[in-house]
Ligand binder design. Structure first.
Ligand SMILES: [Zn+2]
Length: 444
């Protein structure tokens, strides 16, 4: 890399040197000739990639194929085995060459002569990170990252049928819908029951690599959602910078998250609610109370712990089939039935959102679903009728900080206008007439 920097510096020096030489050596009246010279010896355009001026090399790009190895790739490019062995040995503290994965891209920088000898091997395990094994002089290896930039953007939308459609119509990422429905407003707004005319504004950041490769929505900084004409603000705030804990709070610092998730599976449908008076035809309409809530979802859908807690049961038993039970605190327990497979051991501490098993049909069940049972003080209750505890509230000292922090963001959010509002403002005279008409009819 240093050599590149030196040669670049060299080019620049050459240009400056010529100007200086001519400025001293040329007579005043010969000045136009000087300008011509400067123009001819312009610094060659550089294309820097992975920290190299790739114009200095013959660049060979490919992806790791099945059966490929570091040795074979280099051998195909005329590097002898002793050298390959030597390179692998020297590089091994930084990167184990056996870790190359099929399908990942790599780049060989080769000498610009007829031999096209490989000088450098660059491997990209993901879009951001890359590993450089440089063997043009001495052998050295290092890992580096492509520059990542975040661009702040805003968006608004009005719901016609569902949020994904509204976003799609505007060419916005479905990840924004996911973030709002499943992360920010999961406990305050039921996105399966949005109203036509519900609307939202959102301030978010998009992520780019190398200023050009779009990676997707990185983060939602703030949102405003109007559901049933009721406003719901959400502001992202770091409550613990050392642990990296981020939560969303309302404009008056209330945590939008609840201690429990609303559902143990994503994108599911409630097929049977908690109902103590349920009667079923196949059982001769006898009273068969249903003390759980059934969420229908395809077999294999991950089942999540709805809150932090300790696994107290994980086994297969009778009509329950494969099930897991979690104790969250002295008051609450939850239970998840009919799993195809369990992924939780007794005694294990699980966090809200952790996968504890997968949807199946074990035990007594007519179709793939998870029967979710919610216990309060040892009794099964309807989780949807409970006033679920809020997640950890913000501390008093942080609250002051938070309110200060969100002030400019809220102003920004409030200043984003919905398209329909802008349209109404432009047509205000008409609106006044309408109002007058109403007044007249009212008088009649
Ligand atoms: Zn059930």
């Amino acid at each position: 890399m240093d050599r590149q920097r030196n040669s670049r510096l060299g080019n620049r020096c050459l240009v400056i040197l010529l100007i200086v030489l001519c400025a001293y050596g040329c007579k005043e009246d010969e000045k136009p000739a000087v300008e011509e010279l400067v123009e001819v010896i312009e610094e060659p355009e550089e294309i820097i990639e992975f920290g190299f001026n790739i114009e200095d090399y013959i660049v060979k790009r490919d992806t790791i194929k099945r059966g490929d190895s570091f040795g074979e790739i280099l051998e195909r490019n005329n590097v002898g085995y002793p050298k390959i062995f030597h390179i692998a040995e020297k590089a091994k503290d930084t990167f184990d060459i056996r870790r190359l994965q099929v399908g990942k891209p790599y780049t060989l920088l080769c000498s610009k002569d007829s031999l096209q000898t490989p000088r450098c091997f660059i491997y990209q395990p993901n879009l951001v990170d890359y590993v450089v094994i440089n063997f043009q002089d001495s052998i050295h290896a290092y890992t580096s990252r492509k520059p990542v930039t975040y661009v702040e953007k805003t968006a608004t939308g009005i719901i016609n049928s569902n949020i994904s459609e509204t976003l799609e119509e505007q060419g916005l990422s479905p990840r924004l819908a996911y973030k709002m429905a499943d992360e920010i407003y999961a406990w305050t707004i039921d996105f399966r029951r949005l109203q036509k005319g519900d609307r939202f504004k959102v301030i978010y950041t998009d992520k780019y690599i190398d200023d050009s490769i779009y990676v997707g929505v990185h983060d939602v900084k703030a949102a405003y959602f109007e559901h049933n004409k009721e406003p719901f603000y959400a502001f992202e705030f770091v409550t613990d910078s050392t642990k990296g804990i981020i939560d969303y709070f309302s404009e008056d610092a209330k945590n939008l998250r609840r201690a429990f998730l609303k559902a143990p599976v994503k994108f599911s449908r409630i097929s049977s609610r908690y109902n103590l008076k349920r009667r079923i035809a196949v059982y001769g309409f006898k009273l068969r109370p249903h003390k759980g809530t059934d969420f229908a979802a395809p077999i294999g859908t991950p089942i999540m712990a709805t809150a932090n807690g300790t696994v107290t049961e994980s086994r297969r038993k009778g009509g329950n089939g494969n099930y897991v039970k979690i104790r969250h605190n002295a008051t609450y327990e939850t239970q998840y039935l009919h799993m195809r497979k369990r992924k939780a051991k007794v005694g294990e501490f699980v966090k809200q959102g952790d996968v504890i098993g997968w949807v199946g049909m074990t035990g007594n069940t007519g179709g793939p679903h998870v029967c979710y049972r919610f216990w309060k003080n040892g009794k099964q209750v309807d989780p949807f009728k409970q006033k679920l505890p809020e997640a950890k509230p913000i501390s008093d000292s942080l609250k002051v900080k938070y309110l200060d922090f969100i002030q400019p963001i809220k102003t920004k959010l409030d200043n984003i206008h919905f398209l329909e509002d802008v349209f109404e403002e432009q047509n205000q005279p008409e609106q006044i007439i309408k109002q007058n008409n109403n007044l007249i009819s009212f008088n009649h």
